[in-house]
Write a protein that binds this ligand. Structure first.
Ligand code: AMP
Length: 218
């Protein structure tokens, strides 16, 4: 049983790595952003709030996302562990998670500003499932078509340069402080912490993560 957090800026590749690791470890990966995008489709009361916040590149309120994540990680399919992608994004979220359930390992994908812009601008999404691709680094088998369903792929509305800049600002203000917060947790031997350079290839990073998990945790 293992519970993992993927930490990193938007476009650092944490979703891609969470997905690969989830297949390897056979535990679910829970994407906070994807939960919010699905919520827009099913919740009339909150859909405008979520949509507006995401499209401004801002973070949704702590209480709001905490409630949704807690509901998800308490589901039966998470009994053997899970991988969190995009949560926590603030210290308050991390503290709340800490009180709910212990996390074993944080994997931080460290990235440079320019790499991030390139990655996000090339990103494609299969909206119904949340599957993501990248035009260059992780292309679908057929141009612009989802590998599994054959549906047309699209771009996320918040993957525009102007909005990406806001998302990166939010990251600097609220999420970056979590790096030191988790390093401190590591010093106190409460968690394992691994930092990797996100500019390396998808396969290389995946191999490093798997080696680490096998060595340290499994
Ligand atoms: P992502 O798919 O992880 O890039 O997230 C897309 C957007 O969802 C973010 O830009 C935020 O607006 C919102 N979001 C995702 N995760 C969180 C979180 N943990 N806290 C607050 N807002 C979030």
């Amino acid at each position: 049983m293992i519970r993992i957090i993927m930490l990193g800026a938007p476009g650092s590749g944490k979703g891609t790595q969470a997905n690969l690791l989830s297949k390897y470890l056979k535990i679910p990966f829970i994407s906070a952003g994807e939960i919010l995008r699905q919520e827009i489709k099913k919740n009339e009361l909150t859909k405008n709030y979520i949509k507006n916040t995401i499209n401004q590149g801002k973070l949704v309120k702590n209480n709001f996302i905490i409630r949704l994540i807690k509901k998800n990680i308490q589901e039966k399919n998470c009994y053997n562990g899970f991988i969190l992608d995009g949560f926590p994004r603030t210290i308050e979220q991390a503290q709340s998670l800490n009180k709910t359930i212990p996390i074993h390992c944080v994997i931080h994908l460290n990235s440079k500003y320019l790499d991030i812009i390139e990655r996000i601008e090339g990103r494609l999404i299969h909206e119904p499932s949340g599957r993501t691709y990248h035009k260059t680094f992780n292309p679908p088998k057929k141009n612009n078509i989802d590998d599994i369903t054959g549906d047309l792929l699209s771009k996320r509305k918040d993957d525009k340069k102007r909005i990406i800049k806001n998302r990166l600002k939010e990251y600097d203000i609220y999420t970056k402080p979590l790096v030191n917060w988790f390093k401190n947790e590591q010093i106190q031997k409460k968690i394992e912490y691994l930092e990797l350079d996100s500019s390396k290839s998808i396969n290389r990073i995946n191999k490093k993560i798997i080696d680490y998990i096998n060595r340290k945790i499994k």
